[in-house]
Design a protein around this ligand. Structure first.
Ligand SMILES: [Zn+2]
Length: 309
């Protein structure tokens, strides 16, 4: 039985803290590894696992938040789990590494506890060597300094981190989260898009047909790159709630909108009712009020959003 003879982590070959039978009674093995985190994998999945899939699954398992149930790798979900991972460009990887090093630093001038050997899955890297390569890039840029025995973020590095944080803020794009149904076209074409353009921003509308109603990496990346979000809740779509929640989590402005009739009928989920909604009566009304609201966010600092009205 693999659970008995296995000595190393099936994903990264490190010696794990724990290897044992999955306690839920599935035909699976539960592994607790310092690189890959806590996960379960079925014996069937173990049999078909390809070497190139291992670092990606390791990244998946380590990056998902630990909830009540650990991620489970099945023979049928390997590709699906891998597909959820974002693909970063080399400059994005450099930034991500800098952010991670800083997150694992207690305070200014302290050494980081980040370890390429242990933490490479967090960067979706192939192995520790890839991270070592990126690390030398950060050293050349002057963002970190030190040796293998200890390294830290320089003042230039902290400046760069500030730039990364503000990257979304400097953007001229506005993400539009709404129900993309033909009944909403007039609102978009005559109110939302013109109000955003008039205020000097570019409206970003993701074509739902391409994304089959899925909140995928492309949508998440576009949200991250946007200065603010216009979220119209008319039609009560789950995607709009998710996207607005994500934007709030990023500490950026969400402009809340809804058809007045739906607001009056109390259709909004109670979680969002405290926000200052633009309850419009017509596209013309929506356009004017949205435009004014966009101008109002200019004075806000990062980390703030609409206060209850
Ligand atoms: Zn592992």
């Amino acid at each position: 039985m693999p659970a008995v003879i296995m000595k190393t982590c099936p994903l990264c070959d490190a010696v794990p803290f724990h290897i044992g039978r999955d306690r839920t009674g599935r035909d699976a093995i539960c592994v607790q590894c310092e690189r890959c985190g806590l996960f379960s994998i079925t014996e069937q999945a173990l049999c078909i696992l390809e070497p190139k899939q291992k670092p990606l699954l390791s990244a998946y398992c380590r990056r998902v938040p630990t909830g009540p149930e650990a991620p489970t790798i099945l023979s049928t979900n390997i590709e699906e789990l891998i597909r959820t991972l974002p693909e970063y460009t080399p400059p994005e990887k450099l930034d991500n590494l800098l952010v991670l090093i800083a997150q694992m630093t207690a305070g200014l001038g302290d050494y980081t506890t980040f370890s390429a050997k242990r933490d490479y899955p967090l960067l979706i890297a192939r192995d520790a060597d890839e991270v070592t390569f990126l690390r030398s890039g950060l050293t050349e840029l002057g963002y970190i300094t030190g040796t293998n025995d200890g390294f830290l973020v320089t003042l230039d590095g902290w400046k760069r981190l500030e730039e990364i944080r503000k990257a979304g803020r400097a953007s001229n794009r506005a993400f539009v989260a709404m129900w993309f149904h033909e009944s909403m076209n007039t609102l978009y074409n005559n109110a939302i898009e013109p109000a955003i353009s008039k205020a000097g921003y570019h409206a970003l509308r993701i074509d739902r047909h391409e994304h089959v109603n899925r909140i995928d990496d492309e949508i998440i990346a576009q949200i991250r790159r946007s200065r603010f979000m216009v979220a119209d809740f008319t039609g009560q779509r789950y995607g709009v709630y998710f996207e607005a929640g994500m934007m709030l989590g990023l500490g950026r402005t969400v402009i809340w909108m809804c058809d007045k009739n739906e607001l009056d009928e109390d259709k909004l989920h109670f979680d969002v009712r405290q926000f200052n909604f633009i309850a419009y009566e017509s596209p013309e009304d929506a356009k004017t009020r949205l435009y004014n609201r966009i101008l109002a966010i200019e004075g806000e600092g990062p980390g703030q959003f609409q206060k209850p009205g």
